[in-house]
Design a protein around this ligand. Structure first.
Ligand SMILES: Nc1nc2c(ncn2[C@@H]2O[C@H](COP(=O)(O)OP(=O)(O)O)[C@@H](O)[C@H]2O)c(=O)[nH]1
Ligand SMILES: [Mg+2]
Length: 357
């Protein structure tokens, strides 16, 4: 077995080197991020290390005849070499056993590469391809994803009245999503809808939702402080079947803002809290959004702007690692059309976008 170490700025580059040098049959033994050597290494970006191997067809070697006499001076170095050869073989076998991750190659490797290229998290991609076996069966991957993806059923409210709150960073499409849902509930399902907002920070934010309330001819409440919101919600609960609560976009970095939002949510006592996040965000920003907004106890996740997403790895990572069931997917600015309840089959397809045939 030929084992080689490759270093590159990112994993796809390192894998390309592996393929170029060891060919399609290469087997990945190990991947990790490492610092560059020396003091300056601390100031430079980390690089990726891939340990790859290629099985070599061992040539059948003639069995050495048993020496009848003690080895002559010319035979002695040959025997030493033989021993060294066996020792090295054992060493490689031992090393392989100690490696924390199982190796993979062939079709699995191609799928792994594709996953990295569309922006999947390396760990997640590795975990998934290891589950699907050496043939890299995409159907198995599909099944695995279907098992992991959680969705909440249907658009129709299970109780009456029901309060749905929408939280998330600024500009992800909370108000637009609320308008889309309000229009559907009101027009398609003929339900009594009420709208409320506590987003009084941005000029125009209140007007944006008020305009939709006027078009749909539904009651609309604005609250500046949690106590006011409590009163507004009581009013809406008297007449409405579905109440949609809009909130100000909070930065996931700002703990004060999040604490304030929490007190608004406590006052509104929503039945569902939908965390809205944009599909165009990076894996890292999605991770931060999930981490920070977790404190507000979201019940589900809405992903917006899917129409603008170039590669779906970060979306797949937020879906698979976030642990929140998906409620809706938004794929455009048009109200009310560009919204769909999250269906498992469609979500699986999103996660497979750009992977495989
Ligand atoms: N392309 C695209 N744009 C969207 C989508 N949802 C919302 N937007 C746009 O994103 C911008 C911010 O939306 P808004 O609802 O005000 O975000 P909010 O700050 O979270 O309330 C607006 O220009 C929306 O038209 C979507 O699914 N796709
Ligand atoms: Mg808004």
């Amino acid at each position: 077995m030929q084992v080689k170490r490759f270093l590159a700025a990112n994993l796809p580059q390192a894998l390309a080197q592996v393929k170029a040098e060891l060919g399609e049959e290469a087997v990945i033994l190990h991947t990790r991020q490492v610092r560059q050597q020396g003091l300056w290494g601390w100031f430079r970006p980390q690089i990726f290390e891939v340990l790859a191997a290629k099985e070599e067809q061992a040539k059948p070697r003639p069995k050495p005849a048993k020496p009848k006499k003690p080895p002559s001076q010319t035979q002695a170095p040959l025997l030493a070499l033989e021993e060294e050869y066996q020792r090295l073989g054992q060493l490689v076998a031992d090393l392989k056993e100690q490696l924390p991750q199982a190796p993979f190659g062939g079709a699995q490797l191609s799928i792994y590469e594709a996953m990295l290229q569309v922006g999947y998290d390396g760990e997640l991609a590795r975990e998934l391809v290891q589950l699907i076996g050496v043939e890299g069966d995409l159907l198995k991957l599909e099944e695995e994803l279907a098992g992991r993806i959680k969705t909440v059923p249907g658009l129709l409210p299970a109780q009456n009245p029901i309060v749905l709150a929408f939280v998330g960073p600024t500009g992800v499409g909370k108000t637009t999503t609320i308008a889309k849902l309000a229009a559907r509930y009101r027009i398609r399902h003929n339900l009594q809808v009420g709208l409320a907002t506590v987003d009084t920070y941005r000029i125009g934010a209140v007007e944006q939702l008020r305009t939709y309330a006027e078009i749909l001819d539904v009651p609309f409440e604005v609250a500046m402080i949690p106590q006011e919101l409590k009163v507004s919600m009581e009013k809406l609960r008297e007449h409405c079947q579905v109440i949609l609560l809009d909130t100000a976009g909070r930065s996931q970095q700002n703990k004060m803002q999040l604490a304030e939002l929490k007190s608004f949510l406590q006052a509104a006592a929503p039945d569902q809290v939908h965390l809205v996040t944009s599909g165009t965000g990076s894996r890292e920003s999605n991770r931060q959004v999930l981490e920070s907004f977790k404190k507000l106890g979201p019940s589900s996740l809405i992903i917006t702007k899917l129409d603008e997403v170039a590669s779906f790895g970060p979306v797949a990572s937020v879906i698979l690692e976030g642990g929140l069931p998906l409620s809706y997917l938004a794929n455009g600015q048009a109200v009310p059309d560009d919204l769909e309840p999250a269906e498992k089959k469609r979500v699986v397809q999103l996660c497979l976008e750009g992977i495989g045939a």
